[in-house]
Design a protein around this ligand. Structure first.
Ligand code: NAD
Length: 613
């Protein structure tokens, strides 16, 4: 099924990689010379991520001329106004946000005020800017894996005098560049890893069940659900696990793109109100409200909630549908085997005949049992809600997050319940909820989350086993001491290939002339198979190579171990290929055997310490 209409766009360029912040020169080159205002908060300014970002920008044309590090959690209109004033006073023409949603949203709205002037409140609303109106270019570097704000068109800023959170939405909030570096999230404490991670999960789940769903947001939301539910416990139990941190950051980004298109629903409506009235942190409020609202919405989107459960690893059999599909796709012998031992000779013969009439008859008969699968799907959908409750309890065990709104900081016995419900009912997110919310239902949901008596649940080793593929390899840096060392090792290796009984003739057969230009340290080696004799030339080369590959020397080392992804390296410009590149496909038969030879060659040379595991 498809919706009648949907839109999708993402003008933001995004780069991902562990430690990538130390290597951003190419990614930011297109901005040219800029005077940037770096927006962050005091904790981040002291915790390491900001220093890493500043270092990363040192060798670029972007000068960080001013740092605003005064953003509080749940940023306020006063903070945004001060931030914008600092940007204007320092003649900044770019913003770099380094932080969680509070910092990112501050930078987004400050940019609006810097460009358009006036007060923060003047800009509240949705899509007030003409499409032709531009803001200052921005780079967003998230340090929490939660809001996905680096790829959303919205910002939420608190107005503490009126106990509300104000929404802002502009296409121009989307930054030109988002940098996702999981190393910058390693310092995020357990409680915040848990609550911000659950925030991202809520984004993905609400995007998938909302009224504004689309095939594009569905695809992103489901993969986000998988990445987050597979990794959130690991990220909390092993905070330095870079793979789990990376998966969380990517999950948060995918969820952000998904909900930026299909919007969020009642969980957010209520948690925005809880944030405004009781100042409950956004992610935590979301985590506690999520299972209650899932239950509330469940019957209206049964199939979608079952999909979510399956994505989170809950498996259940669809006996009838599976049997029908087996019959339709011709695997009829299974059924035949089933009736083999029965006394019903005529049934067995009919089945054995495999005729289409018999197949149709069998499929139709099973149709009447379709309710069995529907019943099982419903059970699975409810199991998905249980899974979320279990996840919250496990996160409480690992990090100490509270498991009800009372422990989350509501100290007045819910005296402002009516105000929270009224505020929630006015929240824009409510419009997108699959079920039209009633105030009385909102009150019941808040009460349920307030009085819940769940206890923390121990996490087993099995729970902490990764279900996401890992790269599992350590980077090696500075392998070759200098150019001479490189020539000694790599020329020696190419000579070995040349003298190999199989690879030598295979290389000659390519008829190619390929030149490798190495950097760090610098060296040039050409493999010339155009003449009678295969030549390996170190340094200057007289002829004209058909293809020149320029790359970091460390990359070449990784490549010859068979551990480098050449396609991704070309995309990242780690390898620049000039000339008739498709011709290098002729080298393919040589590569795999060469990967095997390289570690052995290093071993024979006594270079054990540079062999990659
Ligand atoms: P946050 O930005 O409020 O940060 C929470 C705390 O974590 C802060 O004290 C911060 O200093 C600390 N922190 C962040 N990164 C850290 C790191 N790497 N190491 C150590 N400490 C770190 O939290 P958040 O959940 O990312 O953002 C919440 C805000 O985002 C709320 O205002 C919410 O309304 C808003 N939000 C915006 C969007 C959007 O699309 N614009 C979506 C969801 C939520």
């Amino acid at each position: 099924m498809l919706p009648e209409y949907f839109e999708f766009s993402l003008p933001t360029k995004l780069v991902y990689g562990a430690g990538i912040i130390g290597n951003i020169e190419k990614a930011v080159a297109r901005f040219g010379k800029k005077r940037a205002l770096l927006v962050t908060d005091a904790i981040l300014a002291g915790a390491g991520p900001v220093d890493k970002v500043k270092n990363g920008f040192k060798n670029t044309d972007i000068e960080i001329v001013s740092v605003f590090d005064n953003v509080p959690p749940n940023s306020t209109i006063k903070t945004v106004q001060e931030c914008a004033a600092q940007g204007i006073a320092n003649n900044c023409d770019m913003l770099i946000a380094v932080g969680g949603g509070s910092v990112i949203d501050t930078a987004k709205v400050a940019n609006l005020v810097m460009k358009k002037g006036g007060k923060v409140e003047d800009h509240m609303g949705a899509y007030l800017l003409e499409t032709s109106e531009l803001l200052f270019p921005s780079i967003i570097i998230p340090t929490t894996a939660g809001t996905g704000s680096e790829v959303t068109k919205v910002a939420v800023i608190a107005d503490p005098d009126n106990d509300v959170k104000l929404p802002f939405a502009e296409e121009q909030f989307l930054p030109q560049l988002a940098i996702l570096d999981p190393e910058l999230t390693l310092s995020l404490p357990g409680k915040l890893t848990a609550s911000t991670g659950m925030d991202a999960l809520v984004h993905a789940i609400e995007a998938y069940v909302d009224k504004e769903w689309s095939p594009a947001s569905d695809a992103l939301a489901l993969h986000a659900i998988k990445l987050i539910s597979d990794n959130i416990l690991i990220a909390c139990a092993k905070p330095q696990d870079i793979e789990a941190r990376g998966a969380m950051l990517v999950g948060s980004f995918l969820a952000g793109v998904a909900f930026s298109h299909s919007m969020v629903g009642m969980v957010h409506g209520i948690s925005h109100a809880l944030g405004g009235v009781y100042h409950i942190p956004h992610g935590l409020a979301n985590a506690l409200i999520l299972p209650e609202v899932m239950e509330y919405n469940l019957e209206s989107r049964l199939d979608r909630f079952a999909d979510i459960a399956i994505t989170m690893g809950i498996s259940f059999p669809e006996i009838i549908t599976d049997s029908q599909s087996i019959i339709k796709t011709g695997k009829f012998d299974l059924l035949s085997k089933l009736v083999e031992k029965t006394e019903l000779k005529s049934l067995q013969q009919a089945v054995d005949s495999g005729s289409s009439a018999v197949k149709e008859f069998a499929v139709k008969k099973l149709d009447s049992l379709g309710f069995v699968d529907q019943w099982v799907r419903k059970k699975a959908a409810y199991a998905g809600v249980d899974k979320i409750r279990t996840l919250n309890r496990q996160l409480a065990f690992l990090t100490g997050i509270p498991l009800n709104l009372k422990d989350a900081g509501i100290k007045d016995n819910l005296a402002k319940l009516d105000q929270v419900a009224d505020t929630a009912m006015e929240d824009g997110s409510m419009l997108y909820n699959p079920v039209e919310p009633k105030k009385s239902d909102v009150i019941e949901i808040i009460k349920a989350a307030y009085y819940r008596k769940d206890k923390p649940l121990k996490v087993s080793d099995e729970d902490l086993k990764s279900r996401t593929a890992r790269t599992g390899e350590k980077a090696i840096k500075g392998v070759f001491k200098d150019g001479d060392d490189l020539y000694d090792i790599l020329v020696g290796f190419y000579e070995l290939l040349k003298s190999d009984a199989e690879l030598g003739p295979a290389l000659s057969k390519t008829g190619l002339c390929v030149q490798f230009v190495y950097k760090n340290p610098s060296a040039t080696i050409t493999i010339d198979a155009t003449g009678e004799e295969l030549k390996i030339v170190a340094g200057d080369f007289d002829g004209k190579p058909e293809v020149t590959m320029t790359m970091d020397a460390d990359f070449a080392h990784k490549f010859w171990h068979g551990k480098a992804n050449l396609v991704s390296a070309l995309t990242r410009r780690l390898v620049v290929a000039k000339g008739n590149v498709p011709k290098t496909l002729k080298l393919l038969p040589v590569l795999k055997p060469a990967y095997k030879l390289y570690p052995q060659y290093l071993k024979d040379k006594g270079l054990h310490d540079i062999i990659m595991a």
